[in-house]
Design a protein around this ligand. Structure first.
Ligand code: G6P
Length: 548
């Protein structure tokens, strides 16, 4: 595809931006009493309120046109039918298949019924999880398993960790799940201190079984295991793997039946729905894991079938494009008002930034527009006492997604009502702001002198007109958490399709890996570094001096 800037709708949106410039959101609400109702859409247990955006009916119609002109309808069909939409790796993109296997019999891709493979793997997971929880699975001294340490990084870590945390209220008793990712030895050292080799199982999650961090941590875990009572022949009782590289996992010492398959049509950052989600299934049980898959499937079906005007991923994706490309927004914040979802921004950060951090169109030409924004965020209300100042009065436009459940899993005192009030007040404050007159009046009411009013009031002005979406659900359950993450996956795809980029490869990650190996070799040898830049040479020297 050629640049989206050549699309008619893009050009109309450029002109429309000028039309909209003098209009603020408050006046849009005043002009249309139906606005809140009209700009609300629902799917898979979630309600999206997108009324607090710099958009009117014309904006939304043009954004829908843009998505259509960019080929989103056929891109969605391509994804759901298993077309090789990941064109640089010549692969299908089928995370949707991982959550369709309970609802649909077959999906034939490249001659194979991928849903049959998915179902077989789910059965294998069921067995493993049941054996662990029933105590049938025993450690090398005959004791039942009390702890599982999941070792993986990137998509083989973030998704499972974030979902396991999000589903804390659903944790089953008896087995505690821990996560290790970083090559920093402090990570695994800290976790190993918490567990006993006799009662611990390690799940090594790596699609490639070739990722440096994961292999180093897996080796460290095995060394710890055999130097704390276990023997080499016991390794198979205490180690399982999730990987598409069975040979490497067997070479490590895993029993074949404890290796859970993955497929090249699942991208790392979309893999939590596969056996990469095994730690989640262990933590909350297979019943809840199936509910998670089902929630995501509900969102898939909505995305696949709902008209664009009512389609949550399309609305959110297109509005994102509106801010990134027509208002120069550089970042996008996710603020969950739910303690258990506090790490969600980190998962969506990988999902979105690794997917849409691209500068080439599908045909290889350079893009002419900005693509993926910087995704960031954190739990409300904590952020209100940290970075929200910039959201309200900073010079940058930061569109925000507020995410909140209507009911809490821990309804003590007035906590949840206060939490929810804060969530609503933030989106309201971002939109409404405070005028100079209001600030002056406020100061006068508080007894300030005329001089104080003149001095302080300008600092209290908040321009407002800052956009946000609010996503509400009754309660955070396995199904609603699944649907929420699927919503962001599809939103990412919508934006990538509008920009004409491939959201499913990640070539940019490779250079750092290659150079990392090169520098490592230099740190452990007396190599001639004179050809390197002076800064890197000096830093290598500093490290070597410290080791001497
Ligand atoms: O699962 P693995 O093969 O170990 O990969 C782990 C991670 O490594 C990479 O560097 C990729 O950028 C991620 O997308 C991937 O999830």
């Amino acid at each position: 595809m050629s640049s989206p800037t050549e699309l008619t709708a893009w050009q109309k949106l450029t002109a429309h931006k000028q039309e909209m410039a003098p209009i603020n959101m408050v006046s849009l609400f005043a002009a249309d009493p139906q606005r809140a109702e009209k700009y609300t859409a629902q799917a898979a247990g979630w309600t999206l309120d997108y009324a607090k955006n710099r958009a009117n009916d014309k904006t939304l119609a043009l954004l829908t046109d843009l998505a259509k002109e960019a080929g989103l309808e056929s891109a969605i069909k391509g994804m759901f039918s298993g077309a090789h939409i990941n064109n640089t790796e010549d692969r299908s993109v089928l995370h949707i298949a991982l959550r369709a296997s309970q609802a649909q019999d077959s999906l034939i891709v490249d001659g194979v019924n991928v849903l049959a493979e998915v179902r077989a793997t789910l059965k294998q997971m069921e067995k493993f999880v049941a054996q662990l929880h029933s105590g049938e699975w025993k450690g090398y001294t005959g004791k039942r398993i009390t702890d599982v340490i999941s070792i993986g990084i990137g998509g083989s870590y973030l998704g499972p960790k974030v979902v396991a945390e999000a589903l804390t209220p659903y944790e089953k008793d008896g087995i505690k799940v821990h996560f290790v990712a970083n090559i920093d030895g402090s990570d695994i050292t800290g976790k190993l201190k918490l567990v006993n080799p006799e009662t611990t199982v390690f799940v090594i999650s790596s699609k490639t079984f070739g990722t440096l961090e994961t292999l180093s941590n897996a080796n460290a875990a095995r060394d710890w295991f055999v130097s704390n009572g276990g023997s080499q022949s016991d390794v198979s009782k205490h180690f399982a793997a999730v990987s598409s590289n069975v040979k490497k996992a067997v070479d490590f010492g895993m029993a074949k039946e404890n290796i859970f398959p993955m497929w090249d049509w699942v991208g790392g950052r979309y893999s939590l729905w596969s056996a990469i989600g095994l730690p989640v299934a262990i933590a909350v049980g297979m019943d809840n894991f199936y509910a998670l898959l089902d929630g995501a499937h509900q969102m898939d079906e909505h995305f696949r079938t709902a008209p664009f005007e009512e389609n949550l991923p399309v609305i959110m994706g297109a509005l994102g494009v509106w801010y990134i490309n027509f208002h120069n927004a550089q970042t996008h914040a996710l603020i969950p008002y739910d303690h258990y979802l506090r790490a969600m921004p980190a998962h969506i950060q990988q999902l979105d930034m690794e997917s849409n951090g691209k500068a080439n169109l599908l045909n290889g030409d350079g893009v002419e527009t900005d693509t993926g924004p910087i995704i960031w965020g954190g739990a409300g209300t904590n952020g209100q006492h940290a970075y929200h100042q910039l959201l309200h009065q900073g010079t940058r436009l930061v569109p925000v997604d507020f995410i909140a459940p209507l009911a809490s899993h821990n309804p003590i005192g007035e906590h949840h009502t206060q939490l929810f009030a804060n969530c609503l007040s933030q989106s309201q404050a971002l939109m409404v702001g405070k005028t100079l007159e209001q600030a002056e009046q406020e100061l006068r009411d508080a007894g300030a002198t005329a001089e104080q009013v003149a001095k302080i009031a300008p600092h209290k002005v908040i321009k407002g007109n800052r956009p946000s979406n609010t996503l509400l659900t009754d309660k955070m359950t396995p199904a609603t958490v699944g649907a929420l993450i699927a919503l962001y996956e599809h939103r990412t795809f919508v934006q990538g399709t509008i920009w004409g980029i491939n959201s499913f490869d990640q070539w940019g990650v490779e250079l750092g890996k290659v150079l990392g190996t090169d520098i490592y070799n230099r740190l452990v040898s007396d190599s001639d570094n004179s050809a390197l830049d002076a800064s890197t040479q000096a830093l290598i020297k500093a490290f070597k001096k410290a080791q001497a």
